[in-house]
Design a protein around this ligand. Structure first.
Ligand code: NAP
Ligand code: MG
Length: 492
């Protein structure tokens, strides 16, 4: 175990480390070895209530919600600076806990820092409007913080996806309670401590670690919860929406995807192949917006698949902590079994396994959850591997003859998170970008996003959005104030 990793982490509630009501602990594993990395306190529903209470009390009594937004912005900027100063520690911790390569974790930390900087600048720009009304009256709106907001995060980008919604909720003046995924809680716990150092008042940023079905449901069902932001599976997303409906609170849902990569015959195939490799083998394919369906013009099918195969077979698998590694393990043994289940089912139904198709069983990597970069050709458009989210390094290949057929195949899933188009023709690029049912489209680029660009899905990929300048408003509520200016009886 590296000296940089603390052996045990407590919950973080009300600005204090706390062991939780039961005193129970739970091990956190390193997916490259399946050996224990650290342990955390294990929260139960009672601890969720303590966290909500601490958040509500800090919201009411600290300066956070009521002082000038610029002061909140400064605290968020200090948090960005502190994380940047500890970037290597954060990256190493993320890699050890989640498995992704150090290069990828460094990228995540950079994105978190940029998000905080960007969002910090919005904290003093939460504005209302004045609205002309008849008679001697004056009408205006104000945007107020909601109160306590709950954030439930997945394990694939543990701190990044947590902070993507926590940062704007904080900028808007809310107090937050974050529940990271049980597999990957460490960076969130570390971040909450750093937030306190940055001057964010005690109780404004709380973290509880426990099972989603108990702790997550208790947080969303709590009468003090004013909004929930969830990133994770569609199945749990629907449950969150039900809980939110019962409480009549807004829910932002960032769910799964089955993103198409549409390659036209005139595309730069070399660049496209690199983009495809990045989009499906990056983070070992554990990306909600992974480009998991290659939809390629039949005329260039063989050439492009050969290039992507070269990339797949050239990737160096290894523990994320090894600088030379280009692809790490998947997050857990269960996840590996799930991914391989999809591959075996596809092979049994006649798919052609062009690359990979198995886990690594030899040597030290055999102890971890390493799945070889996999390409499946000759798959049926209706098969499970094409329709369901695999969440691993598995690319399915489909071919088309006409642009209409390409768009039809691309839109033929229940998801609509992201799509990419590869062509040199401007008309094709714009026309197809418009026809794709996806919340995000790239042209001649692998999946790419920035803190200033909105991130959200169509169809069953989600509800609402994160990122972009309007996200802070999503964590406010709007009040209309009407003032009668005259003593005269107002005209109706
Ligand atoms: P998950 O099982 O849905 O879990 C996500 C989070 O929800 C975890 O913190 C989990 O806690 C919690 N949770 C589970 N059941 C809950 C319940 N009944 N009530 C409240 N919270 C509950 O997803 P995952 O396995 O971590 O992540 C993989 C999935 O996330 C994939 O489907 C992927 O597409 C999706 N994803 C989407 C995006 C996006 O931005 N659109 C980004 C990343 C991932 P436990 O860990 O304790 O179970
Ligand atoms: Mg899960």
């Amino acid at each position: 175990m590296s000296a940089n990793v603390a052996p045990h982490y407590e919950l973080f509630i009300g600005g204090k480390e706390t062991p939780g009501s039961s005193g129970e602990r739970r091990a956190v594993l390193n997916p490259a070895t399946n050996q224990p990395l650290a342990s955390t306190a294990l929260a139960h529903a009672e601890d969720s209530r303590h966290a909500m209470e601490a958040a509500e009390s800090a919201f009411r009594s600290s300066w956070w919600a009521t002082d000038d937004g610029g002061r909140r912005g400064k605290a968020l900027l200090r948090l960005a600076t502190l994380i940047e100063q500890q970037a290597e520690e954060f990256a190493l911790l993320e890699t050890q806990n989640m498995g992704k390569t150090l290069r990828e974790s460094r990228g995540d930390v950079g994105f978190i820092v940029r998000t905080l900087e960007y969002i910090a600048g919005l904290a003093d720009k939460i504005e209302g409007e004045t609205i002309p009304v008849p008679g001697p009256r004056f009408d205006y709106t104000v945007r107020e913080p909601m109160g306590v907001t709950v954030h439930i995060a997945p394990w694939n980008y543990p701190l990044l996806l947590a902070m993507r919604s926590v940062a704007p909720a904080l900028a808007a003046g809310n107090a937050v309670v974050l529940k990271p995924a049980s597999l990957t809680p460490l960076t969130a716990l570390r971040c909450a401590r750093v937030a306190l150092e940055a001057g964010i008042p005690a109780g404004i940023f709380n973290v509880v670690v426990g099972n989603g079905s108990e702790v997550g449901e208790a947080l969303v069902g709590d009468s003090r919860c004013r909004s929930v932001s969830f990133t994770g599976s569609g199945e749990v997303g629907v449950r969150i929406a039900e809980l939110a409906a019962h409480r009549v609170i807004p829910a932002t849902l960032e769910l799964g995807g089955k993103s198409p990569v549409v390659v036209f015959p005139d595309a730069d195939l070399e660049r496209a192949a690199k983009g495809i490799g990045f989009g499906i083998f990056g983070n070992a394919g554990q990306m909600c917006w992974a480009g998991s369906r290659l939809i390629v013009a039949r005329a260039v099918h063989d050439e492009l698949v050969a290039k992507v195969r070269g990339i797949a077979e050239g990737l160096k698998l290894g523990a994320g902590t090894e600088e030379k590694s280009e692809m790490g393990p998947v997050v857990s043994h269960d996840q590996m079994e799930r991914v391989l289940g999809f591959v075996h089912e596809a092979r049994d139904s006649g798919a052609n396994v062009v690359a990979g198709g198995s886990r690594v069983t030899e040597g030290a990597l055999g102890e971890g959850n390493f799945v070889r970069p996999t390409i499946l050709d000759g798959v049926a458009p209706t098969s499970r591997v094409v329709q369901d989210e695999v969440f691993g390094p598995v690319l399915s290949v489909l071919s088309f003859d006409t642009p209409e057929e390409a768009v039809k195949l691309a839109n033929d899933t229940r998801f609509g998170l992201f799509a990419s188009v590869w062509t040199k023709d401007l008309g094709t690029a714009h026309t197809v970008a418009r026809q794709l049912e996806a919340g995000m489209v790239t042209v001649n680029e692998a999946p790419a996003t920035f803190p200033q660009t909105p991130f959200g899905g169509y169809k069953e990929s989600g509800l609402g959005f994160e990122q972009g300048r309007h996200v802070v408003e999503a964590y406010t509520r709007r009040k209309n104030v009407l003032i009668n200016l005259g003593s005269a009886k107002p005209k109706r």
